[in-house]
Design a protein around this ligand. Structure first.
Ligand code: SF4
Length: 592
């Protein structure tokens, strides 16, 4: 332990609910969270050691065993894999003569995988000590390898390695409307608190995070709920593979995000807002902090906003630590309180029992941008675009087999075919709308429309042309869910693993028709019995695949009726127990 933990905890006010932020700082300085550090933090924060250890062990960006001084994590998102991330990863592993997940003997470097870095429009990408690097090529991998070998601190690496491109390809209602700072707040003050809630309700704005709940109804319920304090939380934890629109919104449109939070704060009577920023977007933090300062100086945050007595509202930023499940709003609240990101039982809902069990509005980044503009321009302006059940526009993150990956804003009701044409896609066989938890759409459905009443979407639009193996895509998604399941409930913990195992067998050509039947059963079980949205949706892609791409499954089966048993794979635990993995320990043609 070479860190002054007393000073660190002091900077966080000795507040145990800051534990995730405190552990992030420990990781940044020490590279891992050692047992003595856990013991000392528990003492200083007056928490049980088991609690601190549980939190340290929960998040992917934390490590309770030593990693290399340089911890490299390659994105395993399917579009990064399609762009060659596995080959580049192997190049780096070979260069350091280590295996995936292994630490080099001198402790210099470890190379692993992470689910998605939010850079799917400019992949392959990786994180090194938490810093994102996109557009990887063999030459860039060579440069990174040399810098690591030289022991050069990441903060001193050339700036051009960390450049993140802007790919905003189409603007519409939200991205194309200018708003003077404070214009939405002024209009909201003019309408009064109840009038602001009524305007948002009248706009028919629905949450852009996936569930599509009425934003106005949410604000109304929060404003009416009894409580000592109210909170506004911006869910900026976009972890769905294939989604990166919030990254751009938090860069170019961040003033609108904070303006939307302030309008929400006014409407529900909250004095505090929290942005939960996904850990992968660390590079956005300095500019966001500077924006908050600027708005404080301009009287747009702080006490008596716009001279209105009692309109006190300020915003602070929390960073996530690599847990997809924290995108679920109640898991996010747990994480904000410094706990493991385990989804809560619902009801009660966050609008009555949210952050610190107080009434809380949790809104997606895109929802808050829309709210700021609705406050300024009015409900009619917003409702005039879109469909009767899906007012306004949707911002899509388009990636995969397209000529122009990036951000596209289209009115709700736009067809999938229109999006594909705009992005320059050709020979498309499938689109995953909404990411791995969304809807897998086949070519015969490209005239379907993206809208809550047809194909809903949280924003990802992953395109696969006819050169891609759909089963490998599904296999990637199955690995993702098995990895990201928080393990709290049995149907999801076991179901996602079984799904991954069976699909792996089928992809390897060792599956049977009975395996396919089991896959169907597992997917349905996940949907029906899981505790939260992650489990409910973990089988979506496989179910769609079995329905829409059944011939691809049937062609891959080794036997139509007889289940196969992979004895060699079943003996893996025995090999591990005896520390044997040589050729003689395997059952193959060359083996005994
Ligand atoms: Fe955790 Fe999955 Fe259960 Fe959700 S469904 S609580 S992610 S185990």
């Amino acid at each position: 332990m070479n860190h002054d933990l007393t000073a660190l905890v002091g900077r966080h006010g000795g507040d145990g609910s800051r534990l995730v932020q405190i552990l992030r700082e420990v990781m940044a300085v020490e590279g891992w969270i050692s047992p003595p550090t856990i013991t000392e933090l528990a003492r200083l924060l007056h928490l049980s050691r088991a609690h601190v250890e549980g939190v340290a062990g929960f998040y992917a960006f934390f490590a309770t065993t030593p990693h290399g001084r340089f911890r490299v994590l390659f994105s395993d998102n399917v579009t990064d894999v399609m762009a060659g991330s596995h080959e580049l990863r192997k190049r780096m592993l070979d260069s350091f003569r280590i295996e995936l997940g292994e630490v080099s003997r001198d402790g210099l470097v470890s190379v692993g995988a992470t689910s998605c870095t939010g850079l799917c429009d400019q992949g392959p990408a990786l994180l090194v000590n938490g810093h994102a690097i996109a557009r990887l090529t063999p030459a860039r991998i060579g440069a990174i390898t040399s810098l690591i070998r030289a022991g050069s601190p990441v903060e001193q690496w050339p700036d051009n390695l960390f450049t993140i491109d802007h790919h905003v390809e189409r603007k519409d209602l939200l991205l194309g409307t200018e708003l003077a700072p404070g214009a939405g707040i002024d209009a909201a003050i003019g309408r009064g608190r109840a009038g602001t809630v009524a305007e948002i309700e009248a706009s028919l704005l629905r949450g852009r995070g996936g569930a599509g709940f009425s934003t106005g109804a949410k604000w109304k319920a929060c404003a009416a709920a009894p409580g000592e304090q109210r909170y506004v939380v911006c869910n900026a934890d976009e972890g769905e593979p294939g989604t990166f629109k919030d990254r751009e919104l938090l860069r170019e449109w961040a003033p609108l995000v904070v303006e939307g939070m302030t309008v929400a704060g006014w409407a529900v009577g909250a004095h505090k807002g929290l942005i939960y920023l996904r850990g992968e977007y660390l590079f956005l933090l300095p500019a966001l902090e500077a924006l908050l300062e600027e708005r404080r100086r301009a009287g747009l945050l702080g006490a008596g906003i716009r001279g209105v007595p009692g309109f006190d509202f300020d915003v602070e930023i929390h960073l996530g630590a690599g847990a997809y499940v924290c995108g679920e709003e109640s898991a996010l609240l747990e994480s904000l309180e410094g706990k493991r990101g385990i989804p809560r039982n619902r009801p009660p809902y966050p609008v009555t029992h949210g952050y610190r069990q107080q009434p809380t509005v949790v809104n997606n980044v895109e929802t808050l941008v829309a709210a700021a503009l609705i406050a300024a321009r009015g409900a009619d302006w917003f409702r005039a675009v879109g469909t009767p059940k899906s007012a306004g526009t949707k911002i899509h993150s388009v990636s995969g087999d397209v000529a122009r990956p990036g951000i596209y804003e289209f009115p709700f009701g736009t067809s999938i075919r229109t999006l594909l044409t705009a992005a320059g896609a050709t020979k498309t066989q499938a689109v995953m709308v909404g990411g791995p938890s969304g809807v897998l759409v086949s070519a015969s459905e490209f005239d379907r429309r993206v809208a809550f009443e047809d194909v809903p979407s949280a924003g990802a639009f992953m395109v696969f042309d006819d050169s891609r193996d759909v089963l490998s895509v599904l296999d990637n998604f199955a690995h993702f869910f098995a990895h990201e399941s928080c393990g709290f409930c049995t149907p999801c913990r076991v179901g996602t693993t079984v799904q991954r195992q069976i699909l792996g067998r089928v992809v390897a050509g060792k599956g049977s028709r009975r395996d396919v039947d089991e896959l169907l059963q597992v997917s349905r079980l996940l949907k029906a019995t899981s505790h939260c949205g992650l489990g409910h949706t973990a089988g979506n892609a496989v179910l769609d695949g079995l329905t829409k791409f059944r011939p691809a499954f049937d062609r891959r089966l080794s036997s139509l009726d007889v289940p196969t048993f992979d004895l060699d794979a079943a003996l893996a635990p025995a090999r591990e127990a005896t520390a044997r993995d040589d050729a003689g320990a395997h059952l193959d043609e060359e083996g005994p």
